[in-house]
Design a protein around this ligand. Structure first.
Ligand code: PG9
Length: 637
């Protein structure tokens, strides 16, 4: 009987494997069976030609809109590989019947020109030598609608992360054929997205700098794609041993990648790395690159749907500021937002179960978004009547506490109240300030607070945003303050403002604030996911976190030292949340001064450029938190 069971089991596995292979094969031939592929170069107004891949439905019985993604990451994965591999991201948009276009942006891969990382917008252009991503998009759309067979004259743009930045850019001085744009996880400003958070540098991004050298046609198997072998799998130790940023060579030097042919020279240029090291303040290198400042005059003919993940470790500032700025300065426009329980770009996933890190949020959340929201948005504005009655809400947001979606007519919702909670002694977080107390801790730069218990060698830490923060709560250099157990649900919706009153024996310091959902001891274990049966008892779920590099507390352009031992105000805006602390849970605030190696170490001595600090500048200091420090929450009544 046992042999019979075994045979049946093996057969079932083989059948399952065959079905999966058949599904994959179906996917991989879907494009070949249903789409014609063209690769063209489109000439821009200054004569530079951009490499563009066009997929047109074979069925010519109807006209189709054009959906375009512009990317610095090469449209090659959507190129000849396409017919051999699975359809790739956003296949639901292909299956909907659209002409799909991918383009290498100026200076990247198979396009001509010189790449400029987050190229600054040029307003009021006077001649054809003045070009930026807005003019390149305009010229591309103009060529497409005039030359691509069977298009219906309407164009949409979309993209995630850097491609999201180009989608936002497409709305500026938009071509009249552009009717819809969906910037997703879109970079807004590199001083607040990706590489920096409020002036602190995200250390493991030093490898990502390589993504943006002026590289062309770099073969997929080149060293360029290899992460440098750091000689250790422990990022914490590697960066601790490395010391200040300027001790780290850029990726190119690291990998001696000086032999790859580039557009501008026969040697890789790591101009971006030098910009980072030489420009620690929000200055004339970073400011012009910021896109948010240019979103004040978007044509009402362009409908926008901004998409983001509440647990996106890379681009949170960008999507929130993009949506809010368009909303504020273009009140007559159709402009909506979708924020779900995702880390960076995971709404494009085809996985049936949605996690961030080990934390499970539910089934088919991404798939349902693709089908019921993203596809509906583009169908309405590119194929439908294009009116404001899209059937989609203004704000479609996922409550990461209740694990379910809500729709609101505005974001933040109208029925909000501000509520302050004070950082009192005895680890007490309460709506009243209790006496005049203060607490101190030693910020030890030889043993900085890890950003996670589970630090691996990763390209960028993308999963830590829901990590259990119990380990931090038990460190003497992490100050904790928590509410009583909630006797009813308590919902936060919108941004959070930490108004700290602090002091330090040094002359500089970083301040990190984390908002934690403390689960009850009898919380039901999580039965899904990588770690089956993850014990959720007393799980300290990180709901939101942010750093303020103390020198920038009053100005990102002009850093200021602290006066030793003088009570000083440090305000930190934490990006929006939508989270219900359920009855039986507690809200905990953690405050610390190191967050390693997520961000670089502050020497805690004021120096002109932290990235070029000397070893001797790094000194342990004693920090103080006064209990007139408070957190201003946006509470949903
Ligand atoms: N915004 C993401 C990123 C930027 C810079 C370096 C690495 C990643 C992205 O485009 O995915």
């Amino acid at each position: 009987r046992l042999i019979l069971v075994l045979v049946l089991f093996v057969t079932a596995c083989k059948d399952q494997e065959k079905t999966a292979k058949k599904a994959d094969k179906a996917k991989s031939t879907y494009v070949k069976d249903n789409y014609d592929k063209q690769e063209v170069t489109i000439e821009m107004r200054d004569g530079i030609k951009l490499h563009t891949t066009i997929y047109s439905p074979k069925d010519k019985s109807q006209k189709y809109p054009i959906l375009m993604m512009r990317t610095p990451y090469s449209c090659k994965p959507y190129g000849e590989d396409k017919f051999k591999t699975k359809i790739g991201p956003n296949s639901h948009l292909m299956k909907e019947g659209n002409i799909i276009v991918y383009q290498d942006v100026r200076g990247r891969w198979m396009s001509e020109g010189v790449y400029d990382n987050m190229r600054a917008y040029i307003p009021n252009k006077t001649d054809n030598t003045q070009v930026d991503e807005s003019s390149d998009t305009y010229d591309t759309i103009d060529w497409l609608v005039k030359n691509v067979e069977n298009n219906n004259g309407r164009v949409g743009t979309w993209g995630i992360s850097y491609p999201g930045f180009y989608s936002t850019y497409s709305t500026i001085d938009a071509h009249p054929a552009l009717k819809a744009a969906s910037p997703q996880a879109c970079i807004g400003d590199f001083f607040f997205d990706d590489f920096h958070h409020n002036g602190a540098f995200l250390l493991s991004y030093f490898r990502a700098v390589s993504l943006f050298g002026t590289m062309k046609n770099v073969p997929k198997d080149s060293a360029w794609y290899k992460l440098p072998d750091l000689g250790t799998k422990d990022q914490y130790q590697f960066f601790l041993d490395a010391g200040p940023l300027s001790n780290l060579n850029s990726y190119f030097e690291y990998e001696k990648l000086d032999n790859v042919i580039t557009s501008s020279s026969d040697k890789i240029d790591d101009v971006f790395w030098k910009e980072i090291i030489d420009h620690p303040n929000y200055d004339s290198v970073w400011k012009p690159k910021g896109l948010i400042q240019n979103l004040k005059n978007i044509k009402s003919s362009v409908a926008t749907m901004v998409v983001g993940g509440f647990f996106d470790a890379e681009d949170l500032y960008g999507p929130f500021e993009t949506y809010k700025t368009i909303e504020k300065y273009n009140p007559d426009n159709y402009n909506t937002m979708v924020f779900g329980p995702w880390d960076h770009g995971k709404w494009a996933s085809s996985k049936a179960k949605n996690f961030v890190g080990n934390y499970y949020f539910g089934d088919s959340i991404s798939l349902n978004f693709q089908r019921d929201v993203e596809t509906k948005f583009f169908n309405h504005f590119l194929k439908g009547d294009g009116s404001k009655n899209s059937g989609l809400p203004e704000a479609y947001v996922f409550d990461s506490g209740r694990k379910k979606w809500s729709s609101y007519d505005s974001w933040p919702p109208a029925n909000m109240t501000k509520q302050d909670m004070y950082l009192n002694a005895n680890q007490e977080l309460s709506t009243t300030k209790k006496g005049n107390t203060k607490e101190t801790f030693v910020s030890d730069l030889k043993r900085p607070v890890p950003y996670s218990e589970d630090i691996k060698t990763v390209f960028t830490p993308r999963k830590y945003m829901t990590d259990d923060q119990r380990f931090a709560a038990r460190r003497p250099d992490v100050m904790i303050y928590e509410t009583e157990v909630f006797t009813e649900d308590f919902t936060l919706a919108g941004d959070i403002l930490a108004k700290l009153k602090v002091a330090t024996t040094g002359t500089d310091a970083d301040w990190i604030v984390k908002v934690i959902d403390v689960h009850p001891h009898d919380a039901e274990e999580q039965k899904e996911g990588m770690q089956d049966h993850l014990a959720m008892s007393n799980y300290h779920l990180m709901v939101r976190s942010e750093v303020m590099r103390g020198r920038f507390r009053n100005s990102f352009e002009n850093p200021e030292p602290f006066v030793p031992n003088q009570k000083t105000a440090v305000n930190i805006k934490l990006q929006d949340v939508y989270h219900t602390f359920k009855k039986g849970h507690k809200l905990q605030i953690q405050v610390q001064s190191t967050w390693f190696p997520l961000i670089d170490l502050n020497p805690q001595t004021f120096v002109p450029n932290i990235y070029k600090a000397k070893e001797e500048d790094f000194k342990n200091q004693t920090h103080t938190i006064f209990n007139d420090s408070k957190i201003e929450f946006s509470v949903l009544k």
